[in-house]
Write a protein of this length. Structure first.
Length: 424
C-alpha cells in the first residue's frame, strides 16, 4: 500500500473510563498516577479494568470502552463501523474527531476532519441556522469568503431555507441534522465522520445524504467514516468495514463479509435463556426456541407449513389474555420483512396460564435465505422481555405456487396468514 494514500491511521487506540464518577476518580488514584509519572513509570491503572460488556456486572471500577484498535483508511475510502449498541463505535469516532483523547495509542490524519456525531453537535441554539453555518466553517478553518461561496448550496441541500434565519433551538431534530450534514458535507473536509444521526432524518433526506457521501468519496476523493445500524446503507455506501464488539476489533475487511460476520452474531440459539442482551422486567421470559417445517426434523421451506415454538419462563403465572408477543423478521440487510403479533389474531385458551406460544403458518411465503427474529413480550402492557436479533433461521427454496418452479430469491415481503396457540 502506498503510504501517500493513507489519510488516517489509528495505532493501538484504547480508552479507559472509571465507572460512576466524573474524572479519574479519587484523590488517592490521582496521587498514585502523579507519583508514577514523576518516577517515569506507567500509569498503574492501565493494567486494571474489564472489557466493555454492558450486559454483565463487573468487579472493577474501570472499564475499557476501547482496547487496542488498529486500522488504516486510504484517501477516497468509505469505512463502515458497525457493531451492537455499546460496542464502542461512538467512542472511537469521538477520539478520531478529537472530541476526546485516547488513553493509549495515537491517531495520525492528513487534512481537516468534519464530524456529525450527535444531533446538534457544534450548533449554538441561540444562533440562527445561517450564523451556525459560518460558525462551523470557522471551526473547520475556512475563511468567511470560502463559506459565503458555499452557503447557497448548503441551504438548498438542507431544505431549511424558510427557517435559515431562525434560531436553531426552534428546529426539530430532523431539521437540525439536515443542516448539520449539509454544513459538514459542503465545507469540503478531507475526512467526514458520520455517526448514527442520519437515522433521525426522513427517507428522502437519508437518500440524499447517502448520494452526497458517494459523490464525496468517489467523485471528489475524500474519505468518509460511517457508523450505522442500517446494513443496506453500509453495503451500498462503504468500501470496507470494521466490526466492533465489547470495545475490541472483531473483524476488518470486505463490507459484505463484515456485514455477514456481524449478523452471524445472531445465530439460532435454542437455549435463549443464556442471552444477556435483553430488556424488560423479566416477569415472562423466553427460555427456549424451536423453529421447524412441517415436522420437527424438517427445515423451513417455502410453500410448506412452518412453526416457531417459544418455551416461556412464567415467573408471575401470567395468563394469555394479559400477554402480547410481537416478532419482527428481518432479512440479511437488517430490513424488516414481516411483523407477527398475538394482537392480530384470536388466541386459544385466553384464561390459561401461558408457558408456551406457537406461531404457525400453513404455507410459508418467505423465499430462500436467512432471517433474523427480534422478540418483544409485554405483560399487561409492560415490557417483559425484548431481545433484538434473538435468533435466526434459514429457509430452503420450495415450490410455493405448485407449478414446479422453485423460488430462490429472498426478497419476499408478503403478509402472512398465521395463527397462535398455547399448544404444540
Amino acid at each position: 500500500m502506498n503510504n501517500k494514500d493513507i489519510i488516517l491511521k489509528a495505532t493501538n487506540i484504547s480508552k479507559q473510563y472509571r465507572l460512576g464518577l466524573v474524572g479519574t476518580g479519587t484523590i488517592s488514584h490521582d496521587l498514585n498516577r502523579w507519583w508514577s509519572k514523576i518516577r517515569g513509570k506507567e500509569d498503574p491503572y492501565l493494567k486494571v479494568g474489564e472489557s466493555n460488556d454492558r450486559s454483565t456486572k463487573g468487579s472493577s471500577d474501570y472499564v475499557w470502552a476501547l482496547q487496542d484498535i488498529n486500522f488504516e483508511v486510504k484517501r477516497g475510502e468509505v469505512l463502515g463501523i458497525i457493531g451492537k449498541n455499546g460496542a464502542g463505535k461512538s467512542t472511537l469516532l469521538k477520539i478520531l474527531s478529537k472530541v476526546t483523547g485516547p488513553t493509549t495509542g495515537n491517531i495520525k490524519t492528513k487534512g481537516r476532519i468534519a464530524s456529525l456525531l450527535e444531533v446538534g453537535t457544534g450548533f449554538h441554539g441561540e444562533m440562527t441556522g445561517r450564523e451556525n453555518i459560518y460558525l462551523n466553517g470557522a471551526i473547520l478553518g475556512m475563511t468567511k469568503k470560502e463559506i459565503a461561496s458555499k452557503i447557497d448550496e448548503i441551504i438548498d441541500f438542507s431544505g431549511c431555507e424558510r427557517y435559515i434565519d431562525t434560531p436553531v433551538k426552534r428546529y426539530s431534530s430532523g431539521m437540525t441534522v439536515r443542516l448539520a450534514f449539509a454544513v459538514a458535507a459542503f465545507l469540503e473536509p478531507e475526512i467526514l465522520v458520520i455517526d448514527e444521526v442520519l437515522a433521525v432524518g426522513d427517507a428522502e433526506f437519508q437518500k440524499k445524504a447517502i448520494g452526497k457521501m458517494q459523490d464525496i468519496s468517489r467523485g471528489e476523493g475524500r474519505t468518509v467514516l460511517f457508523v450505522s445500524h442500517n446494513m443496506a446503507a453500509v453495503k451500498s455506501l462503504c468500501t470496507s468495514a470494521l466490526v466492533l464488539k465489547n470495545g475490541k476489533t472483531e473483524f476488518e475487511g470486505d463490507v459484505e463479509e463484515a456485514v455477514n460476520f456481524y449478523l452471524e452474531g445472531s445465530e439460532n440459539n435454542s437455549n435463549i435463556s443464556v442471552f444477556h442482551d435483553r430488556k424488560g422486567n423479566g416477569k415472562l421470559l423466553i427460555k427456549e426456541v424451536k423453529v421447524n417445517g412441517k415436522n420437527e426434523d424438517v427445515k423451513p421451506q417455502t410453500g410448506l407449513p412452518f412453526k416457531m415454538t417459544f418455551i416461556l419462563d412464567n415467573n408471575v403465572q401470567a395468563k394469555l389474555i394479559d400477554v402480547q408477543m410481537d416478532l419482527r423478521l428481518d432479512d440479511n440487510l437488517g430490513q424488516r420483512i414481516a411483523w407477527l403479533s398475538t394482537s392480530l389474531v384470536d388466541c386459544d385458551s385466553d384464561d390459561e396460564v401461558v408457558n408456551k406460544l406457537v406461531f404457525k403458518i400453513d404455507k410459508l411465503n418467505l423465499n430462500k435465505g436467512k432471517y433474523y427474529v427480534t422478540t418483544y413480550i409485554t405483560v399487561k402492557n409492560e415490557i417483559s422481555d425484548w431481545i433484538q436479533n434473538a435468533f435466526s433461521f434459514e429457509v430452503e427454496e420450495g415450490d410455493y405456487y405448485g407449478n414446479g418452479v422453485l423460488v430462490s430469491t429472498n426478497q419476499s415481503k408478503a403478509l402472512f396468514n398465521f395463527k397462535v396457540s398455547n399448544e404444540l
